[in-house]
Write a protein that binds this ligand. Structure first.
Ligand code: TYD
Length: 227
């Protein structure tokens, strides 16, 4: 472990469906590993065996009539398990943890999209997650229409029936829903400018990657080895 890294670093990726978060998390992981860091890439909902079961329930389009509060509680159930089983142990070992979505997703989707408001989300985060805060959150900003279309195309490609059966339950939501999600994300970035960095995700994956590497170098001084 590099000498300046006493504890691990927790970095989260946020943004609308289809904005390319998981691709960017993998690309950043490759750069950091080349520099000798131990990197764990994980995601929410999911990231543990129990969490993946909860994820299936949450994303399955046949899960009908789930109440917004039940949805909120399941997101946090997955997260509490993930923190205890995966995130905290990795950080304690000094690893860099790159997580595709975290509590900002809940604030944006359940708080904003489902209109539950930020308060219950922040309160549950304090109670259930020990208020664990990422050192850095990369918010990938993209157009609502373009992101949702991209997510749908991706899911159709994975769907052998071609009938959209692989679409996740959230991707069936309206433009208005995703507009509220994006506005909530932007409000979080304005509220916590020291943690959340907005990255323009409208360009190519390589352009976005270059921006992200720059941000990570600047914010976390992780490039000490090659500097
Ligand atoms: P996923 O396919 O992982 O997202 P993406 O399209 O970004 O690759 O699906 C996760 C979905 O779950 C996504 O639509 C956002 C939603 N979600 C919430 O609504 N609240 C949350 O707290 C989290 C973690 C995800």
């Amino acid at each position: 472990m590099p000498a300046h890294l006493h504890r691990g670093k927790f970095i989260t990726f946020e943004g609308l469906d289809g904005c390319g978060k998981s691709t960017q998390a993998e690309k950043l992981a490759a750069v950091l590993r080349e520099q000798g860091f131990q990197v764990l890439v994980t995601r929410e909902p999911g990231g543990t065996a129990t969490g993946e079961k909860i994820r299936h329930l949450l994303l399955d389009t046949s899960t009908a009539g789930l109440s917004p509060f039940a949805e909120l509680a399941l997101m946090f159930a997955s997260r509490a398990q993930h923190i205890e089983e995966v995130i905290q142990p990795a950080l304690a070992q000094g690893q860099v943890v790159l997580c595709d979505r975290f509590t900002d997703s809940t604030e944006a989707y359940q708080g904003g999209g489902r209109k539950l408001g930020s308060e219950p989300v922040l309160a549950l985060h304090r109670i259930l997650c020990g208020d664990l805060k990422p050192e850095l959150t990369i918010l990938m900003d993209s157009d609502v229409a373009a992101s949702v279309e991209r997510a749908r195309r991706r899911n159709r490609r994975r769907d052998p029936t071609g009938r959209g059966e692989n679409e996740n339950r959230f991707e069936q939501e309206s433009r208005a829903f995703f507009g509220r999600v994006r506005n909530t994300y932007l409000a979080i970035a304005a509220r916590e400018p020291g943690r959340v960095v907005l990255v323009d995700a409208r360009g190519s994956a390589d352009e976005t990657h270059a921006q992200i590497v720059k941000v990570v170098r600047r914010k976390l001084k992780l490039a000490a080895k090659t500097a």
